[in-house]
Design a protein around this ligand. Structure first.
Ligand SMILES: Cc1cc2nc3c(=O)[nH]c(=O)nc-3n(C[C@H](O)[C@H](O)[C@H](O)COP(=O)(O)OP(=O)(O)OC[C@H]3O[C@@H](n4cnc5c(N)ncnc54)[C@H](O)[C@@H]3O)c2cc1C
Length: 440
């Protein structure tokens, strides 16, 4: 029995059976066995979720071999790919067809099924989560039956399936709406936190994909305005000297030295405030560049970390952030960045962005060299409680304390989702420990 960890090394399991099926037949045989033994099963992509979502001590099925791009329809801006295809693969292949993913988050080492199952988001008030770009899902039910599900066949079911946390069956493939190829123009500058709060609508509406990286305890953050521009020939080739400079600045100082400094802060927690102050000055140097979209959407998420992210209704974002600031000044030493992003309302019944414009607030607590920042739990408790008071909904892939009782009040179609889920999985075989509190 091997031990299995998520990316952040914050959750692990010891599955009694771990399988990487290579064909529909082998998958079906596996499901037959599972039905006979009534084992609990989780289907996973890259297991990057910073929670127990992708864990199982019974059966764990990785879809890594289902990694074919089946069709690229340039005319209709649609792709059809198997569930285990990585976003990073799509980021290389789609530009060859003059296409790009419609939105994406901070990393692309994630599978297409993984991101739509948790309503993974990027930033941009005109853009929904990745779930909102799904055109169809082909699913293998627990009884081995395969069917393609589209909006036009059953609207309710479709809106359940497009963010269902692996609780309906095994996603075999996904048809996704994509965009014509675009590049991004980045304008990055330091912005005082209260100025940002006072001009929030100006920021999220004046560029396509705005994000604000707040450096707690500094009164400052970095504003990233990303505007879509047509593809063009860009010469981003760097000289040898500038590559060395980049390595020193971003890898040596921005990553390795930072890990050492945060490590020392485990013994001297107030050091966190000085670290944040130094790095906001370094990162706050204005920057302008144009590059392929994924290269500017994605960034180095540094080292092992706990993460907690909530989707706050846009009109309550400022009040939520002010309360958070107040709490932090009086209490914890909080790591940077607190990442603030925006998205359009979604229609997936369990998307945290369901039917509301959303401000996403993501906090991290690093674990330098695998060691835990001991104040993180009290800070996360306070953060979660502030977000919950502001009608926040937690990101499904990240840790949260809410149970069925809380969540059923946050989602108007909660019961409908539950009824549909029961039709697909009457014995709750697809519910793992992490989801027991949520659904049972
Ligand atoms: C460093 C880092 C940065 C991140 N940045 C962002 C971000 O910017 N925005 C954001 O919204 N999120 C972000 N996330 C969260 C991430 O997008 C989600 O955790 C995503 O679900 C992970 O994809 P995965 O392929 O690893 O899926 P897993 O973690 O393996 O699985 C996630 C869910 O999908 C289900 N699933 C996967 N494959 C299948 C399948 N074939 N059939 C049925 N169910 C399936 C699993 O059962 C599980 O419920 C980040 C995570 C990390 C670690």
């Amino acid at each position: 029995m091997t031990e299995f960890w998520n990316w952040a090394k914050t959750f692990h399991c010891r599955p009694a059976l771990y399988a990487e099926p290579t064909s529909i037949d082998s998958l079906r045989t596996l499901l037959n066995e599972i039905n006979k033994t009534k084992s609990k099963v989780r289907v996973i992509g890259c297991a990057h979720s910073p929670s127990g979502l992708a864990m199982s001590n019974e059966v764990l099925i990785s879809m890594k071999h289902f990694n074919r791009i089946i069709e690229i329809d340039e005319k209709n801006f649609e792709i059809h790919c198997e569930s285990g295809v990585l976003l990073s693969t799509l980021n290389e292949i789609l530009p060859q067809h003059n296409l790009s993913l419609p939105v994406q988050g901070s990393i692309s080492n994630l599978t297409i099924a993984g991101v739509i199952s948790t309503a993974t988001h990027g930033s941009g008030i005109k853009y929904g989560t990745l779930s909102s770009y799904v055109r169809s899902i082909t699913l293998m039910k627990l009884n081995g039956e395969i069917k393609e599900y589209r909006l036009e066949d059953d609207e309710d079911l479709f809106h359940c399936l497009t963010c269902c946390l692996g609780t309906f069956g095994i996603i075999l493939s996904v048809r996704l709406q994509v965009s014509s190829l675009y590049y991004l123009e980045l304008n990055q500058h330091a912005l005082e936190f209260h100025k940002f709060l006072n001009t929030l609508p100006v920021h999220y509406s004046s560029s396509d994909h705005f994000r604000y990286m707040w450096y707690p305890h500094t009164n400052f953050g970095i504003a990233y305005h990303l505007t879509r521009v047509q593809s063009r020939l860009i010469n981003n080739k760097k000289s040898f000297l500038s590559r060395i400079f980049s390595w020193i600045r971003y890898s040596l100082i921005g990553h390795h030295l930072l890990e050492v400094l945060f490590y020392f802060s485990l013994f001297l927690p107030r050091l966190v405030r000085y670290i944040n102050n130094i790095y906001v000055k370094l990162d706050g140097i204005s920057n302008h560049k144009i590059d392929r979209c994924d290269k500017l959407f994605n960034f180095d998420c540094l080292f092992y970390q706990y993460a907690s992210e909530w989707a706050i209704p846009l009109d309550q974002a400022v009040s939520c952030l002010i309360q958070l600031e107040k709490f932090m000044e009086e209490n914890s030493n909080v790591h940077f960045p607190i990442e603030i992003r925006f998205s359009k309302e979604d229609l997936s019944y369990l998307s945290p962005g369901y039917k509301r414009q959303t401000c996403w607030i993501n906090t991290v607590a690093y674990r330098p060299f695998g060691k835990t920042h001991f104040e993180h739990r009290s800070f996360f408790d306070a953060f979660e409680s502030i977000c919950y008071k502001h009608n926040g909904r937690p990101h499904w892939a990240k840790e949260h304390p809410l149970n069925k009782e809380h969540l059923s009040h946050l989602y108007s179609n909660w019961n409908l989702f539950h009824e549909k889920r029961k039709q697909f999985d009457p014995n709750d075989l697809l519910i793992n420990d992490c989801l027991r509190n949520v659904f049972l």
